[in-house]
Write a protein that binds this ligand. Structure first.
Ligand code: NAI
Length: 254
């Protein structure tokens, strides 16, 4: 425990479970007050209670990041309880398994709404106070699919590549205000989402271990460590980057 995030107010989307929950736990352990947003009311209440039991300063709002009014309401409520956000972790996301020739526009929009637009809506809401205070960091959880992808996952790679592109744009635009924006690109991380992927592509379950240079798949805590580093002053000169947390999978050619 280094207390790297003491005095920070860290908002995490998709915080009820998986990587988002691990980020919230790590940020709290590093001294931050944490604000949690998720659509899963029951899991969010459980996660919030378990975090509070550790002595963490935590507030939570059930909210959908794809809905601009819900985003404004959630950020407003969390700010009045914890103070203005100094760190935003755009973690909420979902996989896609569409066929490009049959996918409907509504299905396309539902992927981009969560994996790309929601991150912008959240950033739009928190950036004014970060800019005013000349202090802030945003970490966008992209994916290894921002540079490599798997057949049958259309248009997840497009949305996650867009998120990395948005990271670059924002990093340039808000850098002069001392606000940093980075992306983290996980590979295979053991969560409910990965279970869904393995259920969709059963052969991948065996294959996954073999292709990782580190010989294992990752844990949510592996990702949370890097996210909290990038959010902290220890990464004061890092912005616009896309950090892989993939056990070396992304540098392997065969
Ligand atoms: P997960 O499915 O376990 O957790 C995602 C959380 O986001 C859930 O609690 C869900 O309710 C929440 N969420 C989804 N849509 C939402 C919305 N519209 N508004 C608010 N909350 C919403 O997934 P996991 O694995 O923890 O993934 C977290 C992030 O990491 C996602 O962006 C995912 O794309 C990314 N990622 C995950 C990888 C993995 O192997 N698990 C690999 C690469 C990227």
């Amino acid at each position: 425990m280094t207390e790297r995030l003491i005095d920070e107010v860290v908002l995490v989307t998709g915080a009820a479970r998986g990587i988002g929950r691990a980020v919230a736990e790590k940020a709290a352990a590093e001294g931050a007050a944490v604000g949690l947003i998720d659509v899963l009311a029951g899991e969010l209440a459980r996660t919030t209670a378990e975090l509070r039991a550790t002595g963490a300063r935590v507030a939570a709002v059930v909210g959908d990041i794809t809905d601009e009014n819900a985003v404004a309401k959630a950020v407003g409520e969390l700010s009045s309880e914890l103070g203005p956000a100094t760190v935003l972790v755009n973690n909420a996301g979902k996989n896609a398994y569409a066929d490009a020739t049959r996918m409907t526009v509504a299905e396309w929009d539902s992927v981009f709404d969560v994996d790309l637009k929601g991150a912008w809506l959240m950033a739009r809401q928190v950036l004014p106070s970060m800019i005013e205070n000349r202090h802030g960091a945003i970490v966008n959880i992209a994916s290894i699919h921002s540079s490599l992808t798997t057949a049958g996952m259309f248009p997840y790679a497009a949305a996650k590549s867009g998120l990395v592109g948005m990271t670059r744009s924002l990093a340039l635009d808000v850098g002069p205000h001392n606000v940093r924006v980075n992306a983290v690109s996980p590979g295979y991380i053991a969560t409910d989402l990965l279970e869904e992927f393995f259920t969709t592509f059963p052969a991948e379950r065996e294959h996954a271990l073999d292709v990782h240079p580190l010989g294992r798949i990752g844990t949510p805590a592996d990702v949370a460590e890097v996210v909290c580093f990038l959010a902290s002053r220890a990464a004061a000169f890092v912005t616009g980057a896309n950090w892989a947390v993939d056990g070396g999978l992304g540098v392997r050619s065969a």
